[in-house]
Design a protein around this ligand. Structure first.
Ligand code: URA
Length: 267
């Protein structure tokens, strides 16, 4: 027992050192996280889509594969974000992954590259995946709630500091795409990164610090009865860049995920 504790402490020290190399002062890319005190305010986001699709036209004729869906997203103009973005940011990683990581929406770097989590938050996410789970980004699947960069000023996609959180309308317009991605991948587990993804996917209105540390059942039966999906909420990597003290909690959340992936259950 003592040896196990010592080994866990050593693992955590390695993780913290690895993350420390990535941590430095960095402005939060969007709005500040809601504090626990405001957690009971009505949710600004649309409720989780009830069992069944939000956009029936998409599932009557499901896309033959993810490439078709990616093409559809690339041409999407369902909301204003589609007109302003440089690149749609569909998702990246393995379609066979048992876990899908879901962030809020692309930022400047992602808009330029067309890939989620490629900026500083993304580098930190890669480190977390590697040090706690022993996984590369290509071995999991990573996507966002909205696929296009929400900008304060859509006229200036080249400007830095132009990020903002997606609006409820933008989230509603984009949500069917994420559902289609999840249907195609059929993950056992979704990790929500930060308050926005957590509120949207769980349909609850509580700050991330109040909901993390345990798992939830995904409220939508995407694959029908008997195929539950677990949701593990954790902090957005950008929150760790702002507040390195959060990396310990993130470690605990990732350990929960690791144990679920290895044992198929969460205690
Ligand atoms: N933050 C997000 O929520 N998603 C990204 O893809 C990048 C930063």
């Amino acid at each position: 027992m003592r040896r196990e504790l010592a080994s866990a402490a050593k693992d955590m020290a390695v993780y913290i050192k690895a993350l420390d190399e990535n941590l430095a002062e960095s402005p939060w890319r969007g709005a500040p996280l809601k504090s626990a005190a405001s957690a009971s305010a009505p949710s600004p986001y649309p409720a989780a889509v009830p069992a069944g699709p939000a956009d029936t036209s998409m599932t009557k004729q499901p896309p033959a594969d993810m490439d078709t869906l990616a093409e559809k997203v690339g041409k999407c103009r369902k909301c204003g974000l589609g007109h302003a973005r440089l690149n749609a940011v569909f998702g990246v990683g393995s379609y066979k992954s048992k876990v899908v990581f879901v962030g809020e929406g692309p930022g400047f770097q992602e808009d330029h590259k067309g890939e989620p989590f490629v900026g500083r938050s993304g580098q930190l996410l890669d480190k977390i995946l590697e040090t706690v789970l022993g996984l590369k980004r290509s071995e999991v699947y990573i996507a966002n709630i909205v696929k296009c960069h929400p900008m304060k000023n859509p006229e200036t996609p080249e400007a830095h500091g132009n990020d903002r959180p997606p609006t409820p309308e933008e989230i509603s317009a984009c949500r069917p795409y994420l559902d289609e991605q999840l249907r195609a991948i059929k993950p056992l587990c979704i990790v929500t990164l930060g308050s926005v993804a957590t509120k949207v996917l769980l349909g609850i209105d509580k700050g991330i610090s109040l909901v993390r540390g345990r798992s939830y059942d995904y409220p939508v039966e995407l694959f029908g009865p008997g195929h539950p999906i677990k949701v593990i909420p954790t902090y957005h990597p950008a929150a760790l860049l702002r507040n390195p003290n959060l990396k310990r909690d993130t470690w605990e959340d990732m350990k929960l995920l690791k144990s679920f992936l290895e044992n198929g259950k969460i205690d």
